[in-house]
Design a protein around this ligand. Structure first.
Ligand SMILES: NC(=O)c1ccc[n+]([C@@H]2O[C@H](COP(=O)([O-])OP(=O)(O)OC[C@H]3O[C@@H](n4cnc5c(N)ncnc54)[C@H](OP(=O)(O)O)[C@@H]3O)[C@@H](O)[C@H]2O)c1
Length: 272
């Protein structure tokens, strides 16, 4: 399927990651807007047409003209206002894709003219290297063609999981926030390695390559994490001693508590 022109309103962390992934996938007509001229300048000289509200208060309405997919990448608090602004300028048949955490479909649809197609998307930052995971939830007015175009666009950026609206905040605690948990683990493992006497650079390299190598092996072998873990964990050996400490300290409970904290915060954002 040939993708329509795509506008990303709010080219920050996630918006720019999506644009980089789409550019690398060969998508042609891409537009981006930001609030400040300094942020828009980061796109200068590249294939994405950028405009800043600071220079042109009409930049969002101009960016959506003729766009078939409009991705709203501003913070959750600013999303309804942005949708109200662009509603009258949307091309017929355009699909709005909201990235806002904790913002269900209903208030998004209410901020737009009746019948406008709205999809909620929960990507993560590895979309930048086309290795992302994106949860998609389809709004009430979305046509099969409209949804297929959005699935196609996010499919260029990694895995796509189709979910109910209510499940989007739950997947955001896993895949949306997940890269941060991975980096936190890398930081703590590297700290522990420094505690064992290694230079920080050596510790960081060894830890990062261990995670990357373990995942590459998982991918290449088609085995389960449990069987690969067991293969490394000889009974009574050194790995078993470390795994026993993780289990005694209830690693699984700690992770469940962390995800519950993220979900509570999504609920708080939704209630605002
Ligand atoms: N970061 C993640 O991994 C992640 C994951 C899942 C979902 N999300 C969701 O993605 C959205 C963006 O998050 P983020 O981390 O990318 O935020 P961010 O880095 O702060 O980016 C927001 C961008 O929006 C621009 N902006 C603000 N108001 C605007 C307006 N009215 N029109 C056009 N552009 C405007 C900002 O411009 P300036 O740069 O000039 O201020 C900035 O570039 C949020 O709704 C968040 O809930 C993020």
């Amino acid at each position: 399927m040939a993708l329509p022109p795509i506008a990303v309103l709010g080219g920050g962390n996630l918006g720019s990651a999506i644009l980089t992934g789409l550019t690398d996938a060969g998508v042609q007509d891409l537009r981006v807007t930001t609030r400040s001229a300094a942020s828009a300048a980061r796109y200068a000289g590249g294939p994405v047409t950028a405009a800043a509200l600071e220079d042109d208060p009409d930049a969002n309405r101009r960016a959506v003209a003729g766009a078939g997919i409009v991705i709203s990448g501003v913070k959750p608090a600013g999303t309804p206002e942005l949708l109200r602004t662009i509603g009258p300028a949307l091309a017929p048949g355009a699909v709005i894709v909201s990235l806002a955490v904790g913002t269900p479909l209903a208030p998004l649809e209410a901020a737009l003219p009746a019948g406008v197609q709205v999809v909620r998307a929960m990507p993560n930052t590895p979309v930048r290297v086309r290795r992302g995971v994106t949860g998609l939830a389809r709004g009430s007015a979305v046509t099969d063609t409209g949804f297929a175009a959005v699935q196609e666009a996010f499919g260029l950026l990694g895995e796509v999981v189709v979910l109910d609206d209510g499940a989007i905040d739950r997947i955001s605690t896993i895949s949306g926030s997940g890269p941060a948990y991975v980096y936190l683990l890398l930081e703590r493992f590297a700290d522990a390695a420094v505690g064992l006497g290694f230079e920080r650079g050596d510790a960081e390299r060894a830890v990062a390559q261990t995670f990357a190598g373990a995942l590459a092996l998982l991918d290449a072998s088609g085995a389960t994490p449990t069987s690969l873990r067991r293969a490394v964990t000889s009974p009574g050996g050194t790995t078993a001693a470390a795994v026993a400490v993780f289990e005694e300290r209830d690693l699984g409970g700690l992770i469940a508590d962390a995800l519950a904290g993220a979900l509570r915060r999504a609920d708080e954002l939704a209630a605002r």
